[in-house]
Design a protein around this ligand. Structure first.
Ligand code: HEC
Ligand code: HEC
Length: 391
């Protein structure tokens, strides 16, 4: 008994230490790569177009409540609590007016704030990481033309343990990899453009790719749909096979993405309606055709359809990233529990050691004259006997 407790405590401390070292190792691998020292000159018009394509305006504007453009969006309700897209106008305090273009690039392509804090993946930066330096410069130029407005930024209201932002360091380390878009020279220009839009700024996989069980990569299910859509809606598969099976044509897709109406005359709803209204409805014909081309043509065999960052971007929206989030969180909690148990047990064994031994207690009482010689000797013998038989 005496031996086991310190042993257990020691083991717990060692385990916690190992978990921590492992965790730190993972974290070290996720140190954000530096953004370039200089960016090309931005084109605000192109940036405004890209902001529509990316949904920045839709998410960061509370249009229903009459909010100013980019002055903060309506809360995104999730099972973890609500995420509030912050004010990203040029207001120096309420918004991001005091940021540099590199700060902006780090936030959009790496999900890290100027202070070094990670952002929640409800902000689809894991897909925006595909954006080029020119894209970021254009977006930044466009954001600077937006009037500074205060308001917004009420802060997220998340339940524990998701409210611990530090947990995201682990999440990021496991599920995020910065990666610029690489066109495939073997495919058509339209296909490459479509691939860029769908896997990058368009962040279609955020809803259309199902989440993995343990956060593992499952490129096979890229855009394969899921049952955990906005408001519990079913999100249809938009793989080439699924689209063909459902009778979609290139023209049908282009029209649906522009108008929100399917060839049958149904309107696209449950989240897709907003994607069309705030995003794809604003795109030019060439880009809509590029998306349709990419969605309908078979993807490259043998090559992953979605790289790590893309796959992990899946389900990052409000409705489906718990699968990714849960297990790094568990790891994080395990470290805390093990460390806590170790410290607690160490404290207890230390406390036990401080408790006076019966022999010392007896001697003390004898020296204080509380018991006479005879009683002392008798009790001492009794103690020795008890100890001897105990061994
Ligand atoms: C699906 C909704 C959504 C979309 C689309 C979106 N964002 Fe956000 N964004 C968020 C949320 C939510 C946060 C806050 C994340 C957090 O609290 O960690 C955020 C945070 C940010 C921040 C950090 C602001 C700060 O004060 O720290 C910037 C900058 C930003 N977004 C820019 C953009 C840009 C640029 C785009 C388009 C390319 C974009 N966002 C698209 C939801 C969105
Ligand atoms: C916010 C989540 C979300 C995002 C982001 C999103 N979709 Fe959707 N999408 C949906 C939902 C939900 C439906 C089902 C709509 C319905 O049933 O009315 C849908 C339906 C569709 C359909 C119709 C498929 C069918 O067979 O009925 C197409 C095509 C489509 N989306 C393409 C896209 C493309 C392309 C993108 C990226 C530019 C995208 N979606 C981004 C949620 C989303």
């Amino acid at each position: 008994m005496r031996l086991r407790k310190p042993l257990l405590a020691g083991l717990a401390v060692v385990a916690a230490g190992l978990a921590l070292v492992g965790g730190l190792g993972i974290l070290k691998g996720a140190v954000p790569t530096a953004e370039p020292a200089t960016f090309p000159a931005g084109d605000a018009k192109r940036g405004a177009y890209l902001a529509r394509m990316s949904g920045c305006i839709g998410c960061h504007t509370d249009s229903e409540a009459g909010g100013a453009p980019l002055a903060g969006g309506a809360p995104i309700e999730t099972r973890f609590g609500s995420f509030v897209p912050p004010n990203v106008t040029q207001h120096p305090e309420a918004g991001i007016g005091d940021w540099t273009v590199a700060d902006f690039a780090r936030a959009v392509r790496q999900g890290v704030s100027p202070e070094g804090d990670p952002y929640y993946p409800a902000f689809p930066y894991a897909m925006y990481t595909h954006m080029s330096d020119q894209d970021v410069a254009d977006l930044w130029a466009a954001f600077q033309t937006v009037a500074p407005a205060d308001g917004g930024r009420k802060g997220n209201d998340l339940s524990f343990p998701f409210s611990i932002r530090e947990g995201l360091h682990v999440w990021r380390a496991l599920h995020f990899e910065p990666a610029r878009f690489e066109p495939d020279p073997e495919r058509s220009e339209a296909w490459d453009r479509g691939a860029y839009i769908v896997t990058g700024p368009g962040h279609c996989g955020a809803c259309h790719t199902p989440r993995g069980l343990l956060g593992g990569r499952d490129g096979d299910r890229f855009l394969a749909g899921g049952s955990d859509g906005p408001g519990g809606a079913k999100v249809p598969a938009i793989t080439p096979e699924a689209l063909k099976e459902a009778g979609w044509t290139r023209d049908g897709l282009v029209t649906a993405l522009r108008t929100g109406l399917t060839p049958e005359g149904d309107s696209l709803g449950s989240g897709m309606g907003e994607v069309v209204r705030d995003g794809t409805a604003w795109l030019n014909d060439a880009d809509l055709e590029a998306i349709a081309t990419y969605l309908l043509e078979p993807r490259n065999p043998g090559t992953p359809t979605e790289d790590d960052a893309m796959w992990n971007g899946n389900g990052m929206h409000d409705w489906g990233w718990h699968g990714f989030f849960a297990w790094p969180m568990l790891l994080f909690l395990l470290v805390i529990v093990l460390a806590g148990y170790g410290l607690y047990s160490l404290g207890r064994t230390a406390g036990e050691r401080r408790r006076p031994r019966p022999v010392d207690e007896l001697t003390e009482r004898y020296l204080r004259g509380e018991i006479d010689d005879e009683t002392f000797r008798q009790r001492l013998r009794a103690l020795r006997d008890a100890e001897g038989s105990g061994r």
